[in-house]
Write a protein that binds this ligand. Structure first.
Ligand code: IPM
Ligand code: MN
Length: 356
């Protein structure tokens, strides 16, 4: 197959983890005689530095003209510590999600058997956990209007807004995943307090009755869901939730896997999807060759499987990552004191793919 892939390394550790994912894609292309044409573009702080815009028009065009998009990370401390900054790198990510219509973010969580001890949670809790978080990605408090400050500047407000249509389309995605898994969707909300959450509950309940009666739907308040996630994670199959709750819960889910550096994600769009690790730009590690490339490499695997229908190729990458970890080859976040850095981990995974 011939595919064009927009490559958006972004900030911090983005470029170095992305290099590993591209190496892995090259290994897959060589093995299966595919052609992957990469189109590099800037997003985030690096784009602000060059153009003043965190999601330049040129980047958007490259994304819309490619078959899929692989994205690294965004964010730079020089903006985090400057609340007065007019443009922020994160605006680039949000603008990109909105412009590409990426309304559903899928974050799978399944600990590696050989890595159970890397989680700060007891083995008996994380063993057998296997769930996905389906996070709504283009609505809620991240985008709701009005937002900002009053004139005096001493009050600030954000608005959480959801429409029935926005809820239904992401719920459809959650039920579609559940139908290929254990058929169980848990809607996480705060319906005891928030009007938007009550609309979520009402809408998802009606949709379930109308279209998905053969599956199990239950409801949890977000505070309770957070507690369950780290005490009984096996209770979950598909977690469906709104943007902000999904952001928070999916970082928490990283604890189950042992490192957030292992978790990939897919953001499904109206026309094309984007694949990205769930972690951020980890600026303290940038350029030090210690960042874990596995989340980005697994994001590339999700892209091959979901966007290109290349199941065997995706399975190769997953197997290679699993083998590398079982062999003790990965970065210090999961193997403290490891002599394998970002590059060496990527090289090892490439070597395994060649030998599969
Ligand atoms: C994520 C990140 C982003 C988010 C930030 C960088 C805007 O934390 O993808 O989870 O909050 O969505
Ligand atoms: Mn997040």
């Amino acid at each position: 197959m011939h595919k064009t892939i927009a490559i958006l390394p972004g900030d911090g550790i983005g470029p170095e983890i992305m290099r590993q994912a591209v190496k892995v894609l090259d290994a897959i292309a060589a093995k299966y005689s595919h052609e992957f044409e990469y189109r590099y573009a800037d997003v985030g702080a690096c784009a602000i530095d060059k153009t003043g815009n965190p999601y330049p028009e040129e980047t958007h065009e490259i994304c819309t003209k490619s078959d899929s998009v692989l994205f690294g990370a965004i964010g730079d401390p020089k903006y985090d510590n400057d609340p007065a900054a007019k443009v922020r790198p994160e605006q680039g990510l949000l603008a990109m999600r909105k412009a590409l219509g990426l309304f559903a973010n899928i974050r799978p969580v399944k600990p590696y058997p050989s890595l159970l001890s890397a989680s700060p949670l007891k083995d008996s809790i994380v063993d057998g956990a296997d769930f996905i978080v389906v996070r709504e990605l283009t609505g809620g408090m991240y985008f709701g209007e009005p937002r900002g400050r009053n004139e005096a500047g001493n009050k600030a407000f954000d608005t959480c807004v959801y429409s029935k249509e926005e809820i239904e389309r992401v719920a459809d995605v959650a039920f579609a995943y559940a139908s290929r898994r254990r058929g169980h969707v848990t809607l996480v909300d705060k319906a005891n307090v928030l009007a938007t959450s009550r609309l979520w509950r009402e809408t998802v309940k009606a949709l379930h009755e109308r279209k998905y009666g053969d599956m199990r739907l239950d409801f949890l308040f977000v505070d309770n869901a957070a507690m369950k996630m780290v005490s009984n994670p096996r209770d979950f199959d598909v977690i469906l939730t709104e943007n902000m709750f999904g952001d928070i819960l999916s970082d928490l889910a990283g604890v189950i896997n042992g490192s957030i550096g292992l978790l990939p994600s897919a953001s499904s769009g109206l026309e094309r999807s984007l694949y990205e690790p769930i972690h951020g730009s980890y600026p303290q590690a940038a350029g030090k060759d210690i960042a874990n490339p596995v989340a980005t490499i697994l994001s590339a695997a999700m892209m091959l499987e979901d966007a290109f229908g290349a199941a065997e190729e995706g399975a190769d990458i997953r197997l290679a990552c699993e083998k590398a970890i079982a062999d003790g080859v990965c970065t210090p976040d999961i193997f403290p004191g490891s002599k394998y850095g970002t590059e060496a981990t990527g090289d090892y995974i490439v070597k395994i793919i060649g030998n599969l």
